[in-house]
Design a protein around this ligand. Structure first.
Ligand SMILES: [Mn+2]
Length: 503
């Protein structure tokens, strides 16, 4: 493994020193102490992000509040814009808690909330942009302790440490923090940094166990051959993409794909068959980059019933994403907190979400095909040029789904590693949501800081960006779309040349 690990990744790992962890925990402890002083008669205004990490963060904090007999009022937002900050400021609450957001909007919260005598708590892990300290704001973020946050800890993780500092009883919420981390793609063949400590807590609390298995999607619910057929993240040459090949492959390994009249699931295999399958899959992947990467830790949520898709923490994270993106945030939070009705509805929402992904992809593929038929004079929804693809879906893709589409396109291996994937879709109130991804493996991604790039481009049209090195988003005025696209083409073309020179 060492041979292929990039320099930047190694440095990042070495960066998490015991001193930094100590410094982070001190921040958490001080925040919890300050929060404990808040009168229990106060209703706490809670605001969180709508992705899986944001919903997990909210679930952890809500459970903590309930245990403390605190009242709360929750809002889930796709972005924390100035308009929302102003609305919040106009409300009569005096105490605000922001989870999985707030750091990137520190200036807004300082100006509109703290500036008006309100008390603000920020539990976030996003990158800092400018100011990070002010009167009336309690700010917890691993970056304040010098800890990088793209792999080490999520927003739900920060919320969890806060919650644990309030009461050790809350260690039974550790698994929720890990679902958030998985949602933010922080799990990569195991957890690292502070996430590792949360994993230990979850194991000790008995809410989660890690087993070694095939890291494939749907292993708890889909028939085995379907799981292999749909394995696109880890390509199985000759098997991925073909149902009949997948069935044949299983038979060749001496495993019967059916038991009686029904298709077998992975969970139906005995230990010996599981080993044979894992070995067979790895052998089939020889020639791929790290063929064994398909085997690794799988995280099982022990409180979920056997055979439920929710038993696999990765599926749970997808389910939360589905709920957040389709306007069912509270259902997702309820599912995190164990409500069975919410779980049922969340599962139905997951089905709708998969349909939305499919229809977004259908639009994308159709438009891509049409694109090649038109001349250059035509205004194109998809612009393809050297090292860059720009998808302007307008109203054809939900603004809450555009990041998912960009991620799928970036992962699709249709474009060379290092290709920028920039996508836009219309959001309510004449705003346009932008998502920014990079095609290729993690190593390529370490060379670019997408959040910095997007911040620079969005600023030229008065937009605001946020996110992480590997995935960033922005919000711009819809009337500025063309200007933004022109600026992005100019800026990223220059950037690519710069990178080539330094290579
Ligand atoms: Mn997050």
């Amino acid at each position: 493994m060492e041979a292929v690990s990039g320099k930047k990744v190694l440095n990042e790992e070495a960066d998490v020193t015991p001193e930094k962890i100590e410094a982070f925990k001190l921040l958490v402890k001080e925040a919890a102490a300050a929060f404990s002083l808040v009168d229990k008669a106060e209703t706490i205004r809670l605001v969180s992000h709508l992705d899986a990490d944001g919903l997990s963060s909210a679930a952890v904090v809500i459970k903590t509040f309930l245990r403390e007999n605190r009242k709360y009022c929750l809002s889930i937002v796709p972005q924390l814009t100035e308009e929302i900050a102003l609305e919040l400021a106009a409300e009569s609450y005096s105490h605000y808690v922001f989870t999985d957001l707030g750091t990137g909007q520190f200036g807004l919260l300082k100006k509109h909330l703290a500036g008006n005598g309100k008390k603000v708590f920020i539990l976030d892990h996003h990158h800092m942009q400018g100011e990070s300290a002010a009167e009336g704001v309690v700010h917890v973020n691993p970056h304040l302790a010098g800890i990088e946050s793209s792999r080490e800890i999520s927003g739900a993780g920060v919320s969890y440490f806060f919650s644990k500092a309030l009461s050790v009883k809350n260690t039974d919420l550790a698994h929720i923090a890990l679902i958030g981390a998985i949602g933010d793609m922080q799990e990569d063949n195991g957890f690292s940094g502070l996430n590792k400590e949360i994993l230990l807590d979850a194991k000790a609390a008995g809410t989660l166990k890690a087993i070694t298995g095939l890291r494939l999607f749907g292993v708890q619910t889909k028939p085995l051959h379907k799981v292999l057929e749909y394995s696109s993240e880890f390509l199985i040459p000759g098997v991925t993409g073909s149902e009949s090949a997948a069935i044949q492959f299983i038979q060749q390994l001496g495993i019967s794909p059916k038991s009686g009249s029904s298709w077998k699931k992975l969970t139906d295999l005995n230990d010996e068959e599981l080993v044979r399958l894992a070995t067979g899959v790895v052998l089939q992947r020889i020639g791929q980059q790290s063929p064994e990467a398909i085997i690794g830790p799988v995280y099982i949520l022990k409180q979920e019933v056997d055979g439920s898709p929710l038993r696999d923490a990765r599926e749970f994270a997808t389910l939360l994403n589905a709920c957040g993106r389709l306007g069912k945030a509270s259902v997702g939070i309820g599912a995190c907190l164990g409500d069975t009705k919410c779980k049922d509805e969340a599962l139905r929402t997951l089905g709708d979400y998969k349909q939305q992904i499919a229809s977004s992809l259908t639009w994308y593929e159709k438009t891509l095909k049409q694109n090649s038929m038109f001349g250059n004079s035509q205004k194109k929804s998809i612009i393809l040029e050297n090292g860059l693809i720009i998808i302007n879906a307008e109203d054809n893709v939900l603004s809450t789904m555009i990041g998912t589409l960009a991620s799928i396109v970036a992962k699709s291996s249709n474009f060379p590693p290092g290709t920028f994937v920039l996508s836009l879709a219309r959001a309510p109130d004449n705003f346009t949501k932008v998502s920014f991804r990079l095609a290729g493996e993690k190593m390529v991604k370490a060379d670019f800081n997408l959040m910095e790039l997007l911040t620079a481009i969005a600023a030229t049209v008065g937009g605001q960006a946020g996110g992480h090195h590997e995935a960033a988003g922005a919000i711009i005025k819809t009337e500025k779309e063309d200007e933004f696209i022109t600026e992005a083409r100019r800026y990223l073309a220059a950037r690519r040349i710069e990178e080539k020179v330094t290579l």
